[in-house]
Design a binder for this molecule. Structure first.
Ligand SMILES: [Zn+2]
Length: 387
């Protein structure tokens, strides 16, 4: 199976610490997650416990690797189409359950999403077509039939089985279980008829219902289906929330969440000062200023704890603060700034207008703002009825 996700979702769900980089294709990192090794060990174990020879076991492992090469091609199909539309593709990751292509953004234009989504399964269709032609030209194309067809299929040639797997990948991925490919096609088609938030909400609900179905099937048959179900369920939930959030934030500017009450730190102060403020109130994230009151860094709670651990509390803030940040202006779109903060994992930023620090924005505060706006939007029809 394959899931196209936003990079932010991947960062939250898959630990990349133990992934092996295979290099780059068209500027896209191809990675194998360590759990992938499990599937290879599983195949070896299954074969050996069945009494297969070393040669048969090797063929089985090569077959699995070939399937995953097809999965990479499938993901490249999505990725190259995404790049055509200017969407940055961070990486393609192979997991035991399939491939994950992580895109910086999912285009809001339904036609672009539709084409990116169908580009993956189209690759499997093309591979299946090529294999069909090769087998047909060699006169080796016998369709197994009858009660023993499954057994015959298992015993049939490498290429024939690869053809079947590609057809399976094609069919499985076009099941409309958002955010799988078919689900994205469904969301894109719905978006042509209705607003994106409603379309996503419908597609995500269908995706989650199908995910529950996968999980039940998985309990009865293949445990991998349970993991797929979990990915689909969480992916649908995450993206529906993201789209709702995006639509709320699109109507607002940075100035709407600007915080004026905060304690700035001076870069020459020591970490002890930051710890005092941290322990004395609710402030967790700080903007650091120089002697001319210009924002020169940010210091998060995690930075503080890490620095305290490594350098002690007498270290100067300028030595441990994060100097690599951006400064939005009050008139910037809140949606764009929020997305950038999520992608780059910023929890606090200084807001600057004409070289003057106007205040700060804080991730926790933006999330509260989103919650309030969600309630207000729900309340509107209710209030209208009362009025
Ligand atoms: Zn796909």
């Amino acid at each position: 199976m394959c899931i196209l996700v936003k990079n932010v979702f991947k960062k939250h769900t898959i630990s990349m610490k133990w992934s092996l980089s295979l290099g780059k294709i068209a500027g896209i990192k191809i990675q194998i997650h360590w759990t992938f090794i499990l599937i290879i060990l599983w195949i070896i174990f299954l074969n050996l416990s069945r009494g297969s020879t070393v040669q048969e076991t090797t063929t089985a492992v090569i077959f699995i690797l070939t399937i995953f090469a097809c999965v990479v091609l499938h993901e490249l199909g999505h990725s190259l189409m995404a790049k055509r539309y200017g969407v940055a593709v961070k990486s393609i990751t192979l997991l035991p359950i399939g491939g994950v292509a992580s895109l910086e953004e999912i285009p809001e234009d339904p036609k672009k999403e539709l084409l990116i989504a169908i580009a993956g399964p189209s690759v499997n269709l093309i591979i299946a077509g090529i294999l069909f032609l090769i087998l047909w030209a060699g006169g080796r194309l016998t369709i197994p039939a009858g009660a023993e067809s499954f057994q015959k299929l298992a015993e049939s040639s490498f290429l024939y089985r690869l053809l079947s797997v590609n057809l399976f990948l094609l069919v499985f991925n076009i099941i409309p279980a958002f955010p799988m490919d078919g689900g994205r096609v469904l969301r894109a088609l719905l978006s042509l008829k209705m607003d994106r938030v409603t379309a996503t909400s419908i597609a995500a609900s269908i995706g989650q219902i199908l995910a529950i179905g996968f999980a039940f099937l998985g309990l009865l048959s293949n445990p991998f289906l349970i993991v797929i179900a979990l990915f689909v369920y969480l992916g649908a939930q995450f993206e529906a929330q993201q789209v709702r959030t995006g639509s709320i934030l699109a109507d607002h500017k940075v100035r709407d969440v600007l915080m004026h009450h905060y304690t700035p730190l001076n870069e020459h102060e020591t970490l002890a000062k930051a710890i005092d403020i941290l322990l004395d109130g609710q402030e967790r994230e700080f903007v650091v200023l120089d002697d001319e009151d210009k924002a020169v860094g940010i210091l998060t709670r995690d930075n503080i704890i890490k620095a305290l651990n490594e350098r002690g509390k007498e270290v100067s803030i300028s030595e441990v603060m994060n100097r690599d940040f951006f400064s939005p202006s009050p008139a910037d779109s809140l949606k764009d700034v929020f997305q950038k903060m999520q992608q780059q994992r910023f929890t606090v930023l200084p807001v600057i207008e004409e070289d003057t620090l106007k205040g700060i924005i804080d991730m926790e505060n933006i999330l509260e703002f989103i919650q309030v706006q969600e309630v207000l939007q729900r309340e509107v029809p209710h209030l209208k009825r009362i009025i």
